[in-house]
Design a protein around this ligand. Structure first.
Ligand SMILES: Nc1ncnc2c1ncn2[C@@H]1O[C@H](COP(=O)(O)OP(=O)(O)OP(=O)(O)O)[C@@H](O)[C@H]1O
Length: 243
């Protein structure tokens, strides 16, 4: 479960409000899509949710744990995939995953199982012995995903996780998301892929200029819009119209 209470974040000493009074709750068992135009504040929100950026005001609560009060406990419950992942180029894929397993205290048997399963799903096993410097963009994205999910966190926070993935890996990631939510856990991800969000998500939120402008199921969003029967794409275009 994720709760955001009146989150605010500015850059440049308050000249830009990247996120402004954002509140929402993502329930256990939900796949939740976070949508918005470029520069709307999605990455800033996700980075605050993951405890990487400190909000100017408001609270992030993960499974009942306040990020500001108990950051280590809250972060342990999160698998976070950033939009531009930093990886250690000199390590092999396997060394990188072992390093993360050490950080998260995943024991030897469990890490073997998880690496085998996830690298198998994303067909990255043959490359795990190679240096990350030799990886393609998509291979890096897969490695970062595997690393983020290695400690089997209950709450997934993924910033545009499908960017760079090939169709099979995208399909497998969607399956993993379904499986995770079906087990009563939580998936929160940002995306520009509205057709994917429409099919995959139980609920979505749309933000614009840091403010929540719509939140709910597709039916609930349709009820908010003038053209009441449209696709998520047409709703998005209508709701995020220019001033
Ligand atoms: N480090 C920074 N310094 C100053 N302004 C920033 C910084 N990071 C983001 N911003 C500004 O904050 C706002 C929100 O940016 P953010 O990256 O959160 O948007 P986004 O919704 O993730 O965009 P995109 O879809 O393009 O990835 C934008 O106006 C952006 O210019």
């Amino acid at each position: 479960m994720i709760e955001l209470h009146k989150l605010r974040k500015s850059y440049d000493g308050g000249r830009v409000w990247a996120v402004d009074d954002l509140s929402l709750t993502v329930r256990p068992g939900e796949i939740f899509g976070f949508l918005g135009p470029n520069g709307a504040g999605k990455t800033t929100t996700l980075r605050m949710m993951a405890g990487i950026l400190t909000p100017d005001a408001g609270r992030v609560v993960i499974d009942g744990i306040d990020m500001a009060e108990r950051p280590l406990e809250a972060k342990r419950r999160i698998g976070f995939v950033p939009d531009t992942p930093e990886v250690y180029e000199r390590l092999t894929g396997l060394e990188y995953l072992r390093f993360l397993a050490d950080v998260y205290g995943v024991d030897a048997r469990r890490r073997r199982e998880r690496i085998e399963r996830l690298a198998g799903v994303f067909e990255l096993e043959p490359a795990l012995g190679d240096r990350i410097a030799s990886y393609s963009h998509g291979m890096r994205q897969k490695l970062v995903l595997i690393g983020a999910l290695l400690h089997d966190p209950p709450v997934w926070i993924l910033d545009e996780p499908m960017v760079g993935l090939d169709p099979r890996s995208t399909h497998e990631l969607k399956n993993l998301m379904h499986e995770h939510a079906a087990a009563g856990r939580t998936v929160f991800f940002s995306t520009h892929l509205l057709d994917v969000a429409e099919r995959l998500c139980h609920r979505v939120a749309i933000i614009q200029k840091g403010r929540l402008i719509a939140c709910g199921t597709l039916e609930e969003l349709r009820a908010q819009a003038a053209a009441g029967s449209g696709t998520l794409e047409s709703l998005f275009l209508e709701l995020t119209h220019h001033d």
